[in-house]
Design a protein around this ligand. Structure first.
Ligand code: CO
Length: 210
């Protein structure tokens, strides 16, 4: 076994000892159940850890992560997490959090084949197609990339609002906010993109479910 592998096992033992020393009931309390107020839909990128960014503890954030924080309405994994979070855990907030420098979004701007993942990245290319007039008009490549990251999050928030799960929660007057964030890896700060929805009022009519 590698030294790294041994180290993470040791780290676990140390963490348990520290937590238990400060609070002997810590683990028994957590094992009683969870009522997290927040569902986080983030990128799988190792530099974007939901709990650390938000200063939250185990038990406070229900987490779903995939490449480029996508909300694909036929993705059973995402839909199952969303359904459980909204209908069983009754989270009050869902945050889609992208990040500048996202490899998935970068790949979607280019033309090289990577492999199976090209089919996932296709969904991000669709976002580019919706916004190509704005994006193609940005001459600086880094600025275009940054804006594409932001627009991708905005589209994923809208895709969340279109799901039957979120629409049904709103229709039954359940308090549920959905938000879009972008995290900057180079300074640790989050930008709230101002797409904060708590009703289907903003949805184009064709997406509204009766
Ligand atoms: Co990413």
């Amino acid at each position: 076994m590698s030294a790294f592998y041994q180290k993470i096992l040791d780290n676990n033992r140390k963490w348990v000892a520290e937590k238990t020393e400060k609070d002997p009931e810590y683990f028994s309390r957590l094992s009683n159940g969870q009522t997290p107020p927040l569902l986080w839909i983030g990128c799988a990128d190792s530099r974007v850890p939901a709990n650390e960014i938000t200063g939250t503890q185990p038990g406070e954030v229900f987490v779903h992560r995939n490449i480029a924080n996508m909300v694909i309405h036929s993705d059973m994994n995402m839909l199952s997490v969303l359904d459980y979070a909204v209908n069983v855990l009754k989270v009050r907030h869902v945050i889609v959090c992208g990040h500048y420098g996202c490899g998935g979004v970068k790949a979607a701007m280019g033309n090289s084949q990577i492999g199976l993942i090209d089919n996932w990245i296709r969904h991000i290319k669709d976002v580019y197609r919706f916004h190509y007039l704005e994006l193609d008009a940005i001459p600086d490549e880094t600025q275009r990339f940054n804006r594409f990251v932001e627009l991708n999050v905005v589209e994923q928030v809208k895709d969340l609002a279109k799901t039957s799960i979120v629409q049904n929660a709103w229709r039954s007057k359940q308090e549920l906010w959905i938000h879009g964030w972008v995290y900057a890896i180079n300074d640790g700060l989050v930008k709230d993109l101002g797409v904060n929805f708590c009703s289907s009022d903003e949805l184009p009519d064709v997406y509204r479910l009766g």
